[in-house]
Design a protein around this ligand. Structure first.
Ligand SMILES: Cc1cc2nc3c(=O)[nH]c(=O)nc-3n(C[C@H](O)[C@H](O)[C@H](O)COP(=O)(O)O)c2cc1C
Length: 197
């Protein structure tokens, strides 16, 4: 039987982990970013479609292009973060299905003519993968600051080189400074969010 993670691991992933707004002066290196993707990619998606695409905004020039495209309240913390990832969904994910889902070649062919179906599938599955990405980062000892407040059309045009990728979340990464945290907000109780049928 696979044992449950211990309390310290659960705290690191969930109960103690916070969304960070301020960052300690500790770099995140390229090897950590690769390790992060290489963990997150194993989370499950429908038919293994894996529509998440990631742009790590690393150079100072690229960071400068991104900051004005963030919502006002997200600019300073994005400028200060040790690393920043653009998390997007590839509307043309079906072109990778021969590799990722050889068992579903008929579906892949059908999807080529069904942009609306690809829209829905990419939203659901890249959304799941963004959750895996955040938890993978936490499992590696990194903190995250995910944000949906940015000019998505402008970010898409500036960073995806004409590919059919729609940015969903900009995620700051680093080692969070607890001084920048707001008080932890409540979560819904089991009784308020769950039913047992
Ligand atoms: C998809 C997503 C979008 C978010 N967008 C923003 C944002 O634009 N600006 C911001 O300051 N926080 C943003 N947040 C942070 C949330 O408010 C935060 O994760 C939530 O309140 C839980 O905080 P906690 O993890 O510290 O408990 C976003 C979080 C997620 C997951």
């Amino acid at each position: 039987m696979t044992p449950a993670l211990d309390a310290a691991a659960l705290a690191q992933l969930f109960t103690d982990a916070r969304t960070h707004n301020a960052w300690r002066d500790e770099p995140v290196d390229a090897a950590q970013l690769r390790q992060l993707y290489d963990l997150a990619k194993w989370g499950p998606t429908a038919m293994n479609t894996s529509p998440l695409r990631v742009c790590f905004v690393q150079s100072p020039e690229a960071r400068e292009r991104l900051i004005p495209l963030m919502a006002e309240g997200n600019r300073a913390k994005t400028a200060a973060a040790p690393a920043v990832a653009l998390l997007g969904r590839d509307l043309d994910f079906h072109t990778q299905m021969p590799l990722l889902a050889p068992h579903a070649s008929a579906v892949a062919e059908r999807l080529a003519g069904q942009p609306a179906a690809r829209e829905g599938m990419s939203s659901l599955n890249a959304g799941l993968q963004i959750g895996y990405f955040i938890l993978a980062a936490r499992s590696l000892g990194l903190d995250c600051g995910p944000m949906a407040g940015f000019d998505a059309a402008a970010v898409d045009a500036a960073f995806w080189g004409g590919r059919a990728v729609k940015t969903m979340v900009v995620c700051n990464l680093g080692h969070g400074d607890p001084a920048g945290l707001r008080a932890r907000a409540a979560r819904l109780a089991f009784e308020d969010a769950c039913v047992v049928a």
